[in-house]
Design a protein around this ligand. Structure first.
Ligand code: ADP
Ligand code: MG
Length: 246
């Protein structure tokens, strides 16, 4: 079974159509990257899957469960999103405990105390952080909280929108290692947006290249590492990314 299947997905903001007939299959257990220049529609695709870009057509299915339009609690139990900016994505006036308990309350799940403690431990945060507020945490710690919030419902699929790009370089590797470990331990599937091809090489099995709201190429990580992407635009992206690293 596919972890995620998008069929002919068109997404609009008002009268502007942002993506055009997106077709995408992510296999169960896979880590799949979505790359492409800024404005190509990567975040919009993740938002539509997460129910945050309401104006879409086509079909979105995760582990056999078709997403409805609007709030879809059955779907969100399976599929959760982590945002780029851990400063903006956590409510400033809620404690870590409240942030992590909220999804459990919404989904009427018990054992909240135990689940919150377990998920904090799972993302490598000491229990002393449980009753702190986001502004009392570092960027890396906040992103750990955001990952914990996504995991507390024990989803099978995580949508990760540039999960390390807002963080200090020194912290990025820690979070990438954490994501790698969590995927292994929890048998997760990832769909991750990044513009950093070394992140793709570290964490992903396959990738799709987006341009102007379309997927122009899908490739294996081995093709990426061999420099064997077939579209000229994809190779251009690789060169840009390589020169940024140098
Ligand atoms: P990416 O993540 O690849 O950088 P986005 O998905 O954020 O790209 O944006 C794709 C396009 O949709 C851009 O042209 C952007 O300006 C537009 N867009 C994104 N969010 C909104 C919004 N909330 N309202 C209107 N247009 C938007
Ligand atoms: Mg984006």
């Amino acid at each position: 079974m596919n972890a995620l299947s998008l069929q002919n997905v068109d997404i609009s903001y008002g009268r502007t159509k942002v993506t055009h007939t997106i077709n995408l299959d992510v296999h169960a257990g896979e880590s799949f990257a979505l790359v492409g220049e800024s404005g190509s529609g990567k975040s919009t695709v993740l938002k539509a899957i997460a129910g945050l870009a309401p104006d879409w057509s086509g079909s979105i299915t995760a582990f056999g469960q078709a997403r409805g339009h609007g709030i879809d609690q059955r779907f969100s139990k399976i599929c959760q999103m982590v945002f780029q900016d851990p400063y903006g994505s956590l409510h400033p006036r809620k404690t870590v405990d409240a942030i992590l308990s909220e999804p459990l309350s919404i989904h009427k799940i018990g054992d909240q105390n135990e689940r919150v403690e377990n998920v904090l431990q799972s993302v490598g945060l000491d229990r002393k952080f449980r009753f702190r507020f986001p502004h009392q945490l570092s960027g890396g710690q906040r992103q750990r909280v955001a990952i914990a919030r996504a995991l507390v419902l024990e989803p099978k699929l995580l949508l990760l929108d540039e999960p390390t790009s807002a963080l200090d370089v020194s912290v990025q590797a820690e979070i990438l290692n954490l994501l790698k470990r969590l995927r292994r331990e929890r048998n997760l599937t990832y769909l991750m947006v990044t513009h950093n091809l070394s992140v793709v090489a570290f964490l992903c099995d396959r990738l799709a290249v987006m341009r102007h709201g379309r997927i122009i190429e899908t490739a294996d990580i081995s093709q990426l590492k061999r420099g064997a992407l077939s579209e000229p635009y994809s190779r251009e992206l690789m060169e840009i990314s390589a020169s940024h690293r140098a």
